[in-house]
Design a protein around this ligand. Structure first.
Ligand code: NCD
Length: 349
């Protein structure tokens, strides 16, 4: 994938693991986004394709997940493939002391591609080293979540385009737990492949973005400003990207409680502080408990709330990754047929 020629090519994706944003060049991202666009009629159920008929996805989630796990599975199904799933350590042989390498070797005999989420940073790469089929990182501890970052940037691009803008010269505030939040780690790394933008990093002092990533952003030419004041951070930006306090990564629940609810955004705060049409994003799940409430439900009628467009876009991006990694992009349409039941669905989006 790290084609030094910079020319995007499906050949560079074929059989590749997707482990970290750092493995990509900008042309790769543009290729993924172009293929994601082409997936829309299939995701919208206007057409169906059986291009991955006979292929099996091993969906291995050793940490809690709803949307990432199900959207990987649905994306694979929408391409005609089948999904086998394991969730949690309790039901896997890892509790019996099996190494990640052995598990990988076994599961890669059963699957054509594997998606994996695991609480340990670096574990998905370790697993991939033992796998005979491509492995896609669905989140490894606080480290990275590359497919989320891809769908987030894809959403940012579409939201900006719908406002007559582009990925050039925009501004974004990343808010919340920037220390343990893997989605913001991967999104920041992804922005380093694009033209300089303005980035507000809004977090409690103790939960700042890791210094190595801030340095990387600055080296890429981005204007980076760190603050612990929400209203200062969200005042001038085009995109507000809120995140959850990652309580499962804290040494104790009490420590996570110290930070919960520090950066709530509701409609009144939005109206008072944000520019009109500022896009509101969140990787989800948003913590809707009264003491947390990162994005209040009173924002749900705000047309700038893009959180469910993000989840919808996740299907397109994950379909694109499967099609690229399994090298079937050019065959998707050849295996297409109409969907007779399509008219029975009120709407997909
Ligand atoms: C995120 C994750 O798991 O890192 N969720 C997701 O995959 N969309 C964010 C979170 O759990 O807070």
């Amino acid at each position: 994938m790290r084609g030094k020629s910079g020319v995007p090519s499906t050949l560079q994706f074929t059989g590749s693991h997707i482990l970290s944003i750092d493995q990509f060049e900008r042309a790769d991202i543009e290729r993924i986004f172009a293929v994601a666009n082409a997936m829309e009629p299939y995701a919208m159920r206007q057409k169906r394709t059986r291009v991955l008929e006979g292929a099996i996805l091993g969906n291995m989630f050793f940490e809690s997940s709803t949307r990432t796990r199900v959207s990987f599975g649905s994306a694979f199904n929408l391409l005609g493939g089948e999904v086998r799933e394991t969730t949690g350590f309790g039901s896997s042989a890892l509790v019996k002391g099996e190494s990640l390498t052995d598990t990988a070797r076994v599961l890669s005999g059963y699957s054509d591609v594997i998606c994996m989420r695991h609480p340990e940073p670096g574990s998905v790469a370790e697993f991939a080293a033992g796998s005979r089929v491509p492995v896609i990182n669905g989140g490894d501890g606080h480290n990275e979540h590359p497919t989320q970052a891809l769908l987030d940037l894809y959403t940012i691009k579409r939201e900006l385009e719908s406002r007559g803008r582009s990925l050039q010269n925009f501004s974004i505030a990343m808010i919340g737990d920037l220390k343990y939040g893997r989605t913001v780690h991967s999104l920041a790394r992804l922005l380093c492949l694009f033209e300089p933008v303005t980035i507000e990093l809004v977090s409690p002092e103790e939960l700042r973005m890791p210094g190595e990533i801030v340095e990387k952003l600055r080296q890429a030419g981005h204007r980076v400003h760190e603050t612990s004041e929400l209203t200062e951070g969200i005042r001038q930006v085009d995109i507000v990207y809120s995140t959850r306090i990652q309580e499962e990564r804290f040494p104790s629940a009490q420590e996570a409680d110290l930070y919960r609810g520090r950066f709530r955004i509701n409609q009144a705060i939005y109206t008072e502080n944000c520019q009109p049409n500022t896009v509101i994003m969140h990787p989800l799940p948003r913590d809707s408990r009264a003491e947390a409430n990162e994005l209040d439900a009173d924002l749900d009628d705000n047309p700038n709330l893009a959180i469910f467009r993000q989840t919808d876009n996740g299907i397109l991006v994950r379909m694109a990754l499967f099609a690229l990694v399994l090298d079937v992009v050019d065959q998707v349409d050849q295996h297409a047929s109409p969907t007779p039941w399509y008219s029975s669905r009120k709407s997909i989006r």
